[in-house]
Design a protein around this ligand. Structure first.
Ligand code: SF4
Ligand code: SF4
Length: 178
C-alpha cells in the first residue's frame, strides 16, 4: 500500500467524498415532476392513441379499406370489414383496433397510402374493461376530432407520415455517392 492510499484510509477520504456527493444532491434542485399535477407538453409525433383521419371536405373517414395497415401490423390488432358499394367502390363497414394489443410501432401509419390513420399524442387513457380499449371506426374518428383536428393533424401527417411520393423522387444530377 502506498503512502497516499494509507493517508486516504486513515482520514476516511472515500467516506467523506461520498457524504459530500450526498450533500450536493440534497441541496440541488429536484428534477422529479409531480405527475399528474405537473405535466410536460407531449413531443410532436408522440405515439399515443390511434385516430382515423376525418376528411375535411367529406366529413367521412379517408380510409378506403385497402387493408395495408392490418397486413403490416405485427400485433394483428387491426380488423377491417368492407363491402362493395353501388358504384363498385369499397365501403369500410367496420374498422377496429384492439388497442391493448398494440405496441405503438406506427407501422400501420407508415403503411397507409392515403394518410388515413395517425397516432395522436394523447397517452393518458385508462379503463376498467377490455371493451373500453376496443376502438371502433366511430370512436377512432372521434379521436381525430378530439386530439388531431385542424392544423395539428395536418402537421403530423406532413412531418411524420412516411414514405411520401417525394421520397421516391430521382436523385438530382449534382448528388454524388450513395
Ligand atoms: S402501431 Fe403497430 S402494433 Fe399498433 S396498430 Fe399500428 S402497426 Fe399495429
Ligand atoms: S392502409 Fe390506410 S386506407 Fe388502407 S385500410 Fe389502413 S387506414 Fe385504411
Amino acid at each position: 500500500m502506498s503512502v497516499v492510499e494509507l493517508v486516504k484510509k486513515v482520514l476516511f477520504m472515500e467516506v467523506l467524498q461520498g457524504l459530500a456527493l450526498t450533500f450536493r444532491h440534497m441541496v440541488s434542485p429536484s428534477v422529479t415532476r409531480q405527475y399528474p399535477l405537473e405535466k410536460r407538453e407531449p413531443f410532436p409525433g408522440s405515439r399515443g392513441l390511434h385516430a382515423l383521419v376525418r376528411d375535411a371536405e367529406t366529413g367521412k373517414e379517408r380510409c378506403v379499406g385497402c387493408g395495408l395497415c392490418a397486413a403490416m401490423c405485427p400485433s394483428q390488432c387491426i380488423h377491417i370489414y368492407t363491402s362493395e358499394g353501388d358504384d363498385h367502390k369499397k365501403i369500410v363497414d367496420r374498422y377496429e383496433i384492439e388497442v391493448l394489443r398494440c405496441v405503438y410501432c406506427a407501422l400501420c401509419v407508415e403503411a397507409c397510402p392515403y394518410a388515413a390513420l395517425t397516432l395522436t399524442d394523447h397517452f393518458e387513457y385508462c379503463g376498467y374493461t377490455r371493451d373500453e380499449f376496443y376502438y371502433t371506426k366511430e370512436r377512432l374518428l372521434e379521436n381525430w376530432d378530439k386530439y388531431m383536428a385542424g392544423e395539428k393533424g395536418m402537421n403530423y401527417i406532413k412531418n411524420f407520415w412516411r414514405p411520401r411520393s417525394s421520397d421516391f423522387a430521382a436523385p438530382s444530377p449534382e448528388r454524388k455517392g450513395p
